[in-house]
Design a protein. Structure first.
Length: 544
């Protein structure tokens, strides 16, 4: 702030504004209201075309106070961040910074004037910034307008895209989704959701989330009042969309919707969908990477700092987030007397009569059987089964490369299965009953929120004692499980994966049978001993 022409201006020029309690109150309220508006970082921010905000700010002060409030640092803050807004579910915008109801009396007209301009403005994009503080809080003896965003809103430097590139990408996403909404009518999307929810289509869980997202977006836009509100609903959806959802026309959901819109028979739709969703086809490169793709991959790996993360090893049993482990038998009370083991007259020995297997869903088995299960065995059959191995980062300090792994909550564990199953001998097993060492959910379901990555499907792994992969195995780095930043170089990543081997095979102890929702009949029979010693055989036939 500069020297004013009045006596108060001369005083402020000498003392700065550090001792101005009303201005300090204004700054404090500015920060507090900002944090409330964004719900501590849970609500995204958007840029608008609001202009002339700082001029509106200065115009509300008496002539003899304007020079005192004229400040390059404050002007820069207002011009860069003052036009930001939040968007609610109905498409209504609200200024992120300015709220006159909470402003001190001296600054209330200025805040009201700026808020009015921002409310009338049109949303132009999703906001991103890598700055830990927005504005310059202090210069010498002067205090200035600034806010401190929560860490979750600060764009991390060192990623593949900087903040400006992410904002440009979101603008393209807005255009892509807008075009897709025009092409794929609500009734087509509704039909796709119905088909995907009934598991009528192969590996439907991979696409269901994107279909439901489009359906919700259609519904929200239909309820919004006016074009600007409809556009704002779309901006909000784009800002919060999971990776890959903003490219419907070039993804599997687009393929499905095109077939539905064309009026193709169900059998043709299902056949085409299954062929494209085959594990060896879906998102899997079908040709060697180009020189340009390899160079791009080298650059991305360097930016993300993930070179060591591309080394993988077999996981060990103690690293598994188990939902069940064998329980030690309860100590039996000591019988009193030398004849305590004899049956009295009329008493019958415990029946050893074989009982038929109880057919049960995984969901019911988990709720009603697991809590009391002390020991468990799995029946290994003669034919191929859906055996799997859990794999983790060879370097414990490696940066995250999986969708469900993050710096805030590390989980570098993934899995693989062989297409068509694999024989027991490949895993060092023989047909018959094999002791279960633990049961875990799929790693993408770990951490307490089992539905967060539901596009990876719901499933569990029954880990078996002595099971260990004996076949040469590449790194099992699959595009559909990797972070979205690596999607563009998946051909190079997969070529690298095929040229390397998973480490630590001799220490692998987290291998077993995978079961998952949908996808046909299960081959899973478990012999369970409960805490009382009773044994029953359960045949799991489906997820729920």
């Amino acid at each position: 702030m500069n020297q004013g022409t009045s006596d108060i201006g001369v005083h402020r020029q000498r003392q700065g504004n550090a001792d101005d309690p009303e201005y300090d109150d204004f700054l404090a309220r500015l920060n507090t209201r900002f944090q409330d508006n964004i719900s501590q970082g849970k609500r995204p921010l958007f840029t608008t075309d609001a202009g002339e905000l700082f001029a509106a700010y200065l115009d509300t002060f008496p002539t003899d106070q304007r020079q005192y409030h004229t400040c390059n640092a404050c002007r820069h803050f207002v011009e860069r961040f003052g036009a930001l807004v939040t968007i609610d579910e109905s498409g209504m915008t609200a200024p992120a910074i300015w709220h006159e109801d909470d402003a001190p009396e001296l600054y209330k007209p200025a805040v009201r004037a700026m808020a009015k301009l921002v409310r009338r403005a049109k949303v132009t994009g999703v906001h991103r910034s890598s700055l830990a503080t927005w504005g310059q809080p202090v210069t010498g003896i002067w205090h200035h307008m600034s806010v401190t965003p929560p860490a979750s809103m600060v764009h991390r430097t060192g990623g593949v895209l900087d903040a400006g590139q992410v904002m440009a990408e979101k603008r393209e996403d807005f255009k892509n989704v807008a075009v897709a909404l025009g092409e794929f009518k609500p009734e087509h999307v509704a039909q796709a959701v119905t088909l995907l929810k009934t598991d009528a289509l192969y590996r439907s869980e991979k696409v269901l989330g994107a279909a439901e997202w489009l359906a919700r977006l259609h519904a929200a836009r239909a309820e919004a009042k006016g074009k600007d509100a409809r556009d704002n609903v779309l901006w909000l959806a784009v800002a919060l969309a999971p990776a890959g959802f903003c490219h419907p026309r070039s993804s599997m959901i687009g393929t499905l919707l095109e077939d539905i819109a064309a009026g193709k028979p169900y059998d043709d739709v299902a056949r085409s969908f299954k062929a494209k969703m085959h594990p060896l086809q879906y998102q899997r490169p079908q040709a060697a990477p180009s020189a340009g793709n390899i160079a791009q991959a080298e650059e991305i790996v360097a930016k993300m700092g993930i070179a060591t993360a591309l080394r993988r090893r077999f996981a060990r049993l103690e690293e598994v987030e188990a939902i069940w482990r064998p329980q030690p038998p309860a100590a039996a009370p000591k019988a009193g007397g030398v004849f305590a083991d004899l049956l009295p007259k009329g008493a019958a020995p415990a029946s050893s009569m074989a009982q038929p297997a109880i057919t049960i869903t995984w969901d019911k088995f988990r709720r009603t059987v697991l809590p009391d299960a002390r020991e468990m065995e799995l029946l290994v059959s003669h034919g191929p089964m859906n055996f799997t191995a859990l794999v983790t980062a060879a370097d414990p300090d490696a940066a995250p490369i999986l969708q469900w792994d993050s710096p805030e909550r590390r989980n570098p564990v993934s899995w693989y299965v062989w297409n068509g199953g694999s024989p027991a001998r490949q895993w060092g097993l023989a047909p018959g009953w094999v002791r279960v060492s633990a049961i875990t959910l799929k790693p993408s379901m770990w951490g307490g929120d089992e539905s967060r990555y539901k596009h990876q499907g719901f499933g569990a792994v029954i880990l078996l004692e002595g099971a260990r992969e004996t076949r040469f195995t590449d790194l099992a780095l699959f595009p559909e499980t990797l972070r979205s930043e690596l999607h563009g170089v998946r051909a190079t990543i997969e070529a690298h994966s095929r040229s390397r081997k998973i480490e630590g095979a001799e220490e692998a102890s987290a291998c077993g049978l995978a079961i998952h929702a949908g996808g046909g009949a299960w081959d899973c029979s478990l012999r369970v001993a409960d805490r009382a010693g009773a044994k029953l055989v359960y045949k799991l036939d489906r997820w729920d």
